[in-house]
Design a protein around this ligand. Sequence first.
Ligand SMILES: Nc1nc2c(ncn2[C@@H]2O[C@H](COP(=O)(O)OP(=O)(O)OP(=O)(O)O)[C@@H](O)[C@H]2O)c(=O)[nH]1
Ligand SMILES: [Mg+2]
Length: 495
Amino acid sequence: MRKAAYAPNYGANLGHDALKRTSFFDSARIAAGGLKDFASGLGTPSLRLGVTGLARSGKTVFITALVHALLNQTRLPLFDAQAQGRITRAYLEPQPDDDLPRFAYEDHLARLTADDRQWPESTRRLSQLRLTVDYTPQGFIARRFGRHRLHVDIVDYPGEWLLDLPLLGLSYEQWSAETVAASRLAPRQALARDWHSFLATLDPLAPADEQHAVKAAELFTSYLARCRGGDVSLSALPPGRFLMPGDLAGSPLLTFAPLDVAADADLPRGSLGALMARRYDSYAAKVVKPFFFGHFARLDCQIVLVDALTALNAGADAMRDLQKALGDVLQAFRQGSNSWASAMFGRRIERIVFAAAKADLIHHTSHDRLEAILDLIVKDAAARAEYFGADIDIAGLAAIRATREATVKQKGEELACIVGIPQQGETIGGQVFNGETEAAIFPGDLPADPQEALRGGLEGALHFVKFRPPLTVGKSFPHIRLDRTLEFLLGDRFQ
Ligand SMILES: Nc1nc2c(ncn2[C@@H]2O[C@H](COP(=O)(O)OP(=O)(O)OP(=O)(O)O)[C@@H](O)[C@H]2O)c(=O)[nH]1
Ligand SMILES: [Mg+2]
């Protein structure tokens, strides 16, 4: 297997026309569904698109790119309605929930297209967007009677909060036992030392002491922050508001932490354990439940964005942790019979895309391997989530493509590289980038057997550098498979 490398020979041995722009137009077309909403007599039909993903997985970039492509009628060959010129107008309307801020589309776009081109900042609060699309239906009957208008409702939120969903299915005692056990294994153990030393002094059955609760919460939060650090890049780090408190910063709702108790422990009234359990229950009831039922219930379709490349950068521990975090989250979306969620939802997700985000960080010849890795890490979770009857797709995606491709000859070998402007401070093979200069990068060969990504042994072989956003081409952002993804998720609504 070939290791990641900076290809300094790029430019020296490479003519301009050797830079190949690759076309990613897949030949497969997605079969369109029925004429569902056109006959709806009351109001304009709406579609709730769930954009699901852990922190930094690419949700805000995806939503911004989707809205930008529709508002600007970007050429999207595999998104039929747009390709066939049937979308007559797309515009933003006030979001349906007056108590939620509007998704800051204009601000994100302004950052992406400013002279210094920056990605959006990490999302700190919930926001919502209603994109209304006027279109001409395809069929003769639909054209006569159809309403020709669809609202697409999307919510954006900090990815950390998604990690809270599994807490709804766990008691405080179960969550404590699970969290403490996980923190005693590598690589978490070394990062948990301070918190563990304090934890060892706490007696869950002793009378409650507010100062103990405060200190435990502080030390536990620092432990979570360390687990998220770049070199370990772990994902399963609930409660989500500990790392991204939003407007709950400093709230007593966040003053709890796991204690060293058994999953079936009995915590007497007035004890420290009982105090922690009460706060955990309040957090679940007042923070997690409204978030979940307010925004994830009644989804019609869903895209799950997964940043497998950052986890691959950090190694097998990070990959396994990502698999666990996604598994736990998807479990909360269970749609099968007997699930508490399905009882509340009433509506089922019809289509779901698992997208390996930021696929522009590797050469397209590696996309199959990236998709195989994603398939491996979400397969069990998706099966357990019992997305009954839902159409499922797995695809490498770059909502905004920051690189192009080039083949670089180095030491007699042809390397399939990507070319772009690495962000300031990014490094590879001792080379530090200044954020201004274009470079060709060979990120290393992804393993042919996806299991290797979870088993380990790839450490040091792969390196995915962050690139600055691209220049827009005319009014469009370059992308990889955004059109195919939109066709899969939304296509049948525009029939
Ligand atoms: N090259 C490339 N990078 C991307 C793409 N999408 C996202 N990124 C990178 O991933 C980072 C995170 O993207 P966001 O869209 O902010 O992720 P998010 O899921 O909204 O993250 P939170 O708000 O923290 O939950 C960006 O700052 C970019 O560095 C893409 O299509 N291509
Ligand atoms: Mg975001």
